[in-house]
Ligand binder design. Structure first.
Ligand code: G3D
Ligand code: MG
Length: 182
């Protein structure tokens, strides 16, 4: 098996308190690696993932550099620095907040203004509170279909689908690279 090393920058987007920081915490167990960049109100974490691509006979060592906005008052200028160079994003809403679902469209559009379309994945977080949901999966599908991107229901509390979501985004970011190498 051939072995390749890649590094990719991922941004988490979404309204305040939808669970962005909690998702990163759940996923990145090694919190000592966190770096805080006060000038742009951003926290950067690192996660190493081993990704076997069976069919391509290649194993990828992917370093995910995960960016998190600290506080929600992200000014336009800062937001631009935050998005700059992103290779992919997780766009997050809270199942108990209808408004956060609608916001995902704006977050995605503001990202694409800076990065051009990069792989994204939509997360309906707090799935452990699904009994209090303010929207249905058909509402979510209607919104994400415009972007032709997948979605997952996640819970940073229970951990449901958290690994899977980051891993899937990793695949979406790396797969074109591997395919073009053949
Ligand atoms: P943000 O980074 O998007 O602003 P946070 O959101 O990660 O800070 O989370 C905001 C609040 O939601 C936190 O509660 C956090 O514990 C909670 N939360 C995050 N993810 C989940 C989830 O999947 N399920 C549930 N039930 N709660 C979640 P507090 O009380 O600390 O403000
Ligand atoms: Mg946060």
């Amino acid at each position: 098996m051939e072995r390749k090393r890649y590094q990719r920058k991922i941004c988490l987007l979404g309204d305040g308190s939808v669970g962005k920081t909690s998702l990163i915490r759940k996923y990145v167990l090694d919190k000592f690696d966190d770096k805080y960049l006060p000038t742009i109100g951003t926290k950067v974490s690192r996660k190493e993932v081993v990704m076997p691509f069976q069919r391509e006979k290649i194993v990828v060592d992917l370093t995910m550099i995960i960016w998190d906005i600290v506080g929600q008052k992200a000014y336009q200028k800062l937001r631009q620095m935050y998005y700059q160079g992103a290779n992919g994003a997780l766009v997050v809403c809270d199942v108990t907040k209808r408004e956060s679902l609608e916001s995902m469209r704006e977050w995605t559009n503001s990202l694409f203004k800076v990065t051009n379309p990069v792989p994204i994945l939509f997360l309906a977080n707090k799935s452990d509170l699904i009994h209090k949901a303010e929207f249905k999966s058909t509402d979510l599908e209607a919104l994400v279909s415009a972007f032709k991107s997948p979605y997952f229901y996640t819970s940073a509390k229970s951990g449901a689908n958290v690994n899977r979501a980051f891993y899937r985004l990793g695949e979406l970011m790396i797969y074109p690279q591997i395919k073009s190498k053949r």
